[in-house]
Design a protein around this ligand. Structure first.
Ligand code: ATP
Ligand code: MG
Length: 551
């Protein structure tokens, strides 16, 4: 496995202290996704943090589905989340569903009622909002706030039995309508929803709210450090209140960290789902999506994603990371691993007029110039080859060192060729270029008498394999803030370019998920959805160059 950073951060410091003072003997963390969509790179940050933190201190991490909202949740999402966490390289201790704790949550709510700490409220959602007040004004107490314990208990049971319609009643914690923290102004802890749940079916028609459910889930699993994103900082007093008043034995500590934002990337399941539903992309695993499934199909590796998550670190203030940083880590990971091969994305035929017709030869070429251990392979060469259209110009500008009439260039791993003639179509576009080659200049022969300035890549036309190439640009044009509702208008209409070209014959048997460097074009991954045995389809993971500098 790649180098794990053992950088300290404020969360690790808390853990170290808690172990030292023996507040905890063992660290238990959890990753608690709601199964309402596929995981994205932001979740990866939380996964790496939770799993590696526990692992470093010989603790445990649970995978827990926070499935308290039946309407949006689905088993498809449960399955994809499990697969993605595993693919990222992590193994959970326990696999739990918040919905398995519904009975206990209900019992604890009854306990709150009996303690006079919760009441059934008949105000409408709108009234509750209005009564809540704002940052300047205290809230107003609900007229139902002083119902007796007996009445509350009876009404809550009737809520459970399904006697009331959605929205007619809620259960609220009885805390403080004048609290400066609005979250403490008698928050709703249960609501009525006559909906079928992916796990509990129709057993329940009341569902706990996140702020009530989450601390109970954590406490049931004896989570020691419950790590969440900064938006929940103001919810922490409520988290602690629930733990205390529900008389939970374990006392997990909520710790907040800054969520990951990346330039030109939307990072919320709700928005990503909209991109899928509105068909801007061809599914959750579209290679342009920042989902784990999309990154995997694009060709990112778990190693690269983990390294990225460690590098961005853990902090208390929100910021936006440049998308190029993620690209840096996949280049770094593939540099030594990916075979370097030839692909021509926009082909132009070159005929080598002094090479015998019907003849071909095998040239030996390194698989990876930076990694001699990867050895050599054979590359066939013959009278007709393809080069890139933009490696040839009839009237070149200054400092153009590639092929043009009268100029000589090096074919990577093969010979020098010199351009003598152009065959044009009726519109005057070059459709074929005629060259001669110099047999003395064979790569590896030690020829030094002449130098050429340009080296271009090529594939042998006789044996080349037709292939499709998919090049990507950012899916979102502008930087998006989480609040932005109009992000669909910012979808880049040119985020996908599909090209038909050729790869060298060695890639005839390329299998989905195999990764290659194509000389001068970047790193590519064989697509899992569109690639066939007859015609491989390659997704460009990243180009070769980046302006990002790792510190
Ligand atoms: P989304 O808005 O995408 O649905 P969420 O926070 O509601 O995100 P959950 O499924 O509830 O998604 O999140 C599971 C865990 O992942 C939570 O602990 C959450 O804090 C964390 N998480 C989600 N998004 C990010 C992010 N962008 N950066 C870091 N952690 C994140
Ligand atoms: Mg959510």
């Amino acid at each position: 496995m790649e180098n794990k950073q053992t950088q300290s951060n404020f969360i690790k410091n808390i853990v170290v202290e808690d172990l030292k003072t023996e507040k905890h003997k063992e660290i238990i963390t959890r990753f608690p996704p709601e199964p309402n969509g596929y995981l994205h790179i932001g979740h990866a940050k939380s996964i790496v943090l939770n799993f590696e933190l526990a692992d470093e201190f010989k603790g445990k991490t649970n995978l827990r589905f926070d499935d308290t909202n039946p309407v949006k949740e689905d088993t498809e999402y449960v399955e994809s989340i499990e697969a993605d966490v595993k693919w990222l390289g992590f193994d959970w201790e326990g696999l739990y569903f918040a919905s398995d704790y519904f009975d206990e949550m209900y019992d604890r709510a009854v306990l709150l009622i009996k303690k006079g700490k919760a009441y059934v409220c008949d105000l409408t959602a709108e009234q509750i909002r209005a009564y809540r007040g704002n940052l300047k004004e205290p809230g107003k107490e609900s007229p139902y706030r002083n119902r007796s314990v007996e009445e509350n208990h009876e009404l809550f049971e009737r809520m459970r039995k399904g006697e009331f319609e959605d929205g007619k009643k809620v259960l609220r914690a009885k805390i403080d309508m004048a609290s400066p923290n609005i979250n403490m102004r008698d928050p709703i802890i249960y609501r009525i929803a006559h909906a079928t749940h992916h796990n509990t079916g129709d057993r329940w028609c009341i569902y706990p709210m996140y702020d009530y459910a989450h601390p109970i889930e954590d406490a049931i699993e004896s989570i020691t450090h419950s790590i969440c994103t900064l938006e929940f900082e103001d919810h922490r007093p409520l988290y602690d209140w629930v733990i205390e008043e529900c008389e939970m034995k374990a006392k997990p500590q909520q710790i907040e960290f800054a969520r990951l934002n990346i330039t030109n990337t939307v990072m919320s399941k709700r928005k990503l789902k909209a991109l899928v539903d509105e068909r801007f992309v061809d599914g959750w695993d579209d290679p342009r999506m920042p989902t784990i499934a999309g990154l995997r199909r694009r060709g990112f590796t778990p190693e690269a994603i983990r390294s990225f998550c460690r590098e961005i670190g853990v902090s208390k203030s929100n910021s936006t990371v440049d998308a190029q940083m993620l690209e840096h880590f996949i280049r770094e990971d593939l540099l030594m691993k990916a075979p370097r091969t030839m692909a021509v994305l926009r082909p132009l035929k070159v005929v080598i007029t002094n090479y015998p017709e019907g003849q071909s030869e095998l040239l030996e070429i390194e698989n990876n110039g930076d990694n001699p251990e990867m050895g050599y392979r054979q590359l066939s060469f013959s009278r007709e080859i393809y080069i890139e259209q933009d490696d040839f110009m009839e009237e070149p500008p200054k400092k153009y060192f590639r092929l043009f009439p009268g100029n000589e260039v090096r074919l990577k791993g093969a010979y020098f060729i010199k351009c003598n003639d152009i065959v044009k179509d009726k519109d005057g576009n070059a459709i074929e270029v005629h060259c001669t080659y110099d047999p003395q200049t064979k790569s590896g022969s030690g020829f030094t008498e002449r130098k050429v300035k340009g080296t271009i890549h090529w594939v042998d036309a006789v044996s080349a394999v037709p292939a499709e190439f998919r090049l990507f640009e950012p899916l979102i044009l502008d930087d998006q803030t989480e609040e932005d509702k109009s992000f669909l208008e910012q979808v880049n209409p040119n985020s996908l370019e599909i090209l038909q070209g050729y790869v060298e014959s060695n890639l005839k048997t390329a299998k989905p998920q195999e990764k290659y460097q194509f000389f001068r074009h970047g790193y590519f991954n064989v697509d899992t959805k569109y690639s066939t045995e007859e015609k491989p389809v390659f997704n460009r993971i990243v180009s070769l160059k980046s302006s990002y500098k790792a510190e």
